[in-house]
Design a protein around this ligand. Structure first.
Ligand code: MG
Length: 353
C-alpha cells in the first residue's frame, strides 16, 4: 500500500475539538464496513442523533446509539472523537480517563508479505536491531512455513507471531500443524473472519495459542470466543470494536479469562495511532502491540507531534485528550471531500427511530 484514503471526524464543542479517524476501507476486504457507507450513516443517522446536545460522558452518548446494529467502525469514529473532546474538556490525558497504568507501551513490528524469504529475514533482523519486541509476519497459503522457519532461525530469542488475515481453512490442517511446531508466540486469525466455531476446533488441535482479530467486535464476542476455546488471546483494535468503551470491556473480559490482549493497528494516521497508544496503557495489554513508528507508514503524518518508537517502546503523547493535534495546512492539501454536519440544520435532531 502506497497511499490511503480514510475518514477523519472533527467534533466541536465548548470551544474545543475532538478528533478520530475511521478504520473502514474503501472496499469491504477486512470487515464489512466501507468509507462511503460510513459517511452516509454518519450524515443521515449518527451525527444528527448526537450533535447539538449535552453529553455527560461517553457512556451516555453511546447508550443513545445502542439501538444501532453492527457498524462498529462507524460508531467508533464518533465515540473516539467524543472521548478526545470530553477528556480535553476535563483537562485529562485520554489514558488517565481510560484507567491506564503506564506512560509507555511496548511495540512490535508487523511485516507484510515481501518479495522473498531473504528480504523478510533481513527486514526482521533490521527491526529487531531497532528494539522492536516482537516480529509479526503476515502469512497466506504458499507463504508460510518456509518464511517462519527462516525468521525463527535468525531470531531464536525474539517472540515471532503470524497473522493470516483469515486466509486458511480447516482443509489446510497439514500446513497449520507444521506452523504449530515452529515455536510461534501465537497465530492470529488463521480461519474465516466470521467463524469462531472452526477456530475452536483448530485451537483444540494446536499447541500454539490462537489470537482472534477480525472475529471480535464486541465484549460478548470476546466472552464467547474465550469460553468456547476459539482463542487464548485477542488483538483489540479500538476502531474495529466500536470505540474505547467496548475495547475496555473486551480487555476486562479477557483479563477475567486470564487471556492477554494486545493493541493492533489499521495503518492509521497519527490521529488513530494516538488513540491506540492511550488504550494500550490499560493493565492487560501485556503483549507488544502494532503501534510502531508513524514514519514506518507515512512520508509525512497529518499531526504536528512525532510518534516514534525508541528501544521498542512508544511513549504516550503528553497533554490532554489524545495529546496530538492536526497539522491543518498540510491536511488541507490532502483533503478530497469535506462534509459539514451542523446541528442547527438537522431536521428533528435527536432520537433516531
Ligand atoms: Mg490481524
Amino acid at each position: 500500500m502506497t497511499d490511503k484514503t480514510f475518514l477523519l471526524l472533527r467534533l466541536f464543542g465548548e470551544g474545543l475539538e475532538g478528533v478520530a479517524e475511521g478504520v473502514m476501507d474503501a472496499r469491504p476486504m477486512y470487515r464489512e464496513e466501507t468509507i462511503s457507507g460510513a459517511l452516509a450513516l454518519l450524515q443521515e443517522t449518527v451525527l444528527p442523533a448526537v450533535l447539538g446536545r449535552d453529553w455527560a460522558n461517553p457512556e451516555q452518548l453511546m447508550a443513545h446509539l445502542a439501538h444501532l446494529r453492527g457498524n462498529r467502525m462507524t460508531l467508533a469514529t464518533v465515540e473516539m472523537a467524543f472521548w478526545d473532546l470530553w477528556t480535553r474538556s476535563l483537562g485529562l490525558p485520554l489514558s488517565t480517563a481510560l484507567g491506564g497504568v503506564r506512560d509507555e507501551v511496548a511495540v512490535g513490528v508487523s511485516l507484510g508479505i515481501q518479495s522473498s524469504v531473504e528480504a523478510t529475514v533481513d527486514s526482521a533482523v533490521q527491526h529487531a536491531g531497532l528494539g522492536y519486541r516482537r516480529i509479526k509476519l503476515k502469512i497466506e497459503p504458499g507463504w508460510d512455513v518456509a518464511v517462519v522457519r527462516a525468521v525463527k532461525a535468525a531470531l531464536p530469542d525474539l517472540p515471532v507471531t503470524v497473522d493470516a488475515n483469515a486466509s486458511y481453512s480447516l482443509a489446510d490442517l497439514n500446513t497449520l500443524r507444521q506452523l504449530d511446531g515452529l515455536g510461534l508466540d501465537y497465530m492470529e486469525q488463521p480461519l474465516a473472519w466470521d467463524d469462531m466455531r472452526d477456530h475452536a476446533k483448530l485451537q483444540a488441535l494446536m499447541q500454539t495459542p490462537l489470537c482472534l482479530d477480525e472475529c471480535i467486535t464486541t465484549a460478548q464476542d470476546a466472552r464467547k470466543a474465550l469460553e468456547t476455546g476459539a482463542c487464548r488471546l485477542i488483538n483489540i483494535k479500538v476502531g474495529r470494536v466500536g470505540g474505547h468503551l467496548e475495547a475496555r470491556r473486551i480487555h476486562d473480559v479477557a483479563a477475567a479469562f486470564s487471556a492477554p490482549v494486545w493493541c493492533g493497528g489499521m495503518l492509521e494516521s497519527g490521529v488513530g495511532r494516538a488513540h491506540n497508544i492511550h488504550l494500550a496503557t490499560l493493565a492487560n495489554f501485556t503483549k507488544p502491540g502494532d503501534t510502531s513508528s508513524s514514519s514506518r507508514y507515512w512520508a509525512r503524518d497529518i499531526i504536528q507531534e512525532p510518534l516514534e518508537t525508541a528501544g521498542g517502546v512508544m511513549t504516550v503523547p503528553s497533554g490532554v485528550g489524545t495529546g496530538v493535534s492536526l497539522d491543518l495546512p498540510f491536511l488541507d492539501t490532502l483533503t478530497r471531500l469535506k462534509m459539514y454536519v451542523d446541528p442547527a440544520s438537522q431536521p428533528a435532531a435527536g432520537s433516531p427511530a
